[in-house]
Design a protein around this ligand. Structure first.
Ligand code: FAD
Length: 305
């Protein structure tokens, strides 16, 4: 998502870009990502999340207008809260400029429901594919092992030269392309059905390209991508996920058709380092919410630097 967004924004500014990708497992292939500005269980919206949300929707509309298919639903997001205390906390923390309504609960166990009409979901894999194609970037399959501001050495020994190098690489690239960070794995269960509006509290239940998903990133932090990925989906996590899903909506009659696991990286690494290499990685759980906005800001900054 980071690399494809940077390539797309760069192309829009008239830059010719080469997009190098090792083809390792990427968190951007998430079958359905929420575009939800109100994060976690605090009811707060991180800086730039409303701008990011609007930027991602505008980008999806632009891609669809250009003929690319990006399955998504601009349906709003529902955030059920379990008790009056949480509702009070959220009311105090919600940003003034957020359009929202409080609704009465439809499910036993919910206290109230916050509806965020500007939210929704998108197919991560489809969005990345469309961005890559629309960018017109030269796509090179290869693994970078060393990077300077004007060259990239590949595992094969080949060296690619460039006027400028922007490093993305997510969790798999941390340590080589960006400083080591915290890697957190999460899984989505693929479902044969889902509610029309995504629901989120603890875990999220969302429509997807086919059926729906129930997921979250909840595993204990790991120090590397490989370590996080190797944990897979432990039984206790499966049970936690099903509990969270059942608290959102009754799951009886719903079939699990598959599973997808990814690893996200934090903290955010944005801008040039001391060697003049530019970075956009560590998007955490907000890659689709903030990725396009930050990519645009990065390209604008490097053009004026
Ligand atoms: C279970 C789960 C659910 C999520 N849900 C949401 C959500 O609802 N909403 C949301 O906004 N975000 C969500 N996220 C977070 C989002 O998926 C990530 O923030 C985002 O995809 C990160 O994108 P990225 O481009 O930084 O990394 P990635 O998508 O991991 O891409 C990294 C790329 O770098 C390449 N690479 C790595 N190393 C090298 C190398 N040495 N040389 C060349 N190429 C290399 C890889 O091949 C890959 O293509 C979720 C994440 C997970 C795991």
């Amino acid at each position: 998502m980071a690399g494809a967004s940077v390539a797309y924004c760069a192309a829009q500014c008239g830059l010719t870009v080469t997009l190098l990708d090792a083809g390792s497992p990427r968190s951007s292939d998430v079958p359905a990502a929420l575009l939800n500005p109100v994060r976690g269980q605090s009811g707060s919206a991180p800086a730039q999340s409303l701008d990011g949300l609007r930027c991602t929707w505008a980008l999806i509309a632009e891609l669809e207008q250009a003929g690319f298919s990006v399955p998504h639903g601009q349906t709003g997001v529902l955030r059920p809260v379990p008790d009056a205390r949480t509702e009070r906390k959220w009311r105090a923390n919600l940003p003034g400029e957020l359009t929202h309504t409080w609704r009465d609960p439809e499910q036993p166990g919910w206290h109230r429901v916050l509806e965020i009409p500007e939210g929704g979901w998108v197919s991560g894999a489809a969005l990345v594919k469309a961005l890559k194609m629309a960018s017109g970037a030269a796509l090179v399959r290869g693994q970078a092992t060393a990077v300077t501001s004007s060259s990239v050495r590949l595992a094969t020994g080949e060296v690619l030269s460039a006027d400028l190098v922007v490093c993305c690489g997510g969790s798999a690239g941390a340590g080589t392309l960006s400083p080591a960070g915290t890697h957190r794995a999460g899984s989505l269960l693929l479902l044969d059905q889902a509610p029309i509006q995504p629901l989120s509290f603890g875990a999220y239940l969302s429509p997807g390209v086919v059926g729906g998903v129930l997921g979250a990133t909840y595993e204990a932090p790991a120090t590397s991508h490989a370590e996080a990925l190797a944990r897979g989906l432990p039984l206790r996590s499966l049970s936690w996920l099903l509990d969270k899903g059942s608290a959102l909506t009754p799951l009886s009659g719903t079939r699990i058709t598959g599973r997808w696991t990814g690893v996200r990286l934090s903290p955010l690494n944005f801008g040039p380092d001391e060697q003049g290499v530019w970075h956009l990685s560590g998007l955490g759980s907000k890659g689709f919410l903030l990725g396009p906005l930050l990519a645009r800001a990065l390209v604008e900054s490097l053009l004026t630097a």
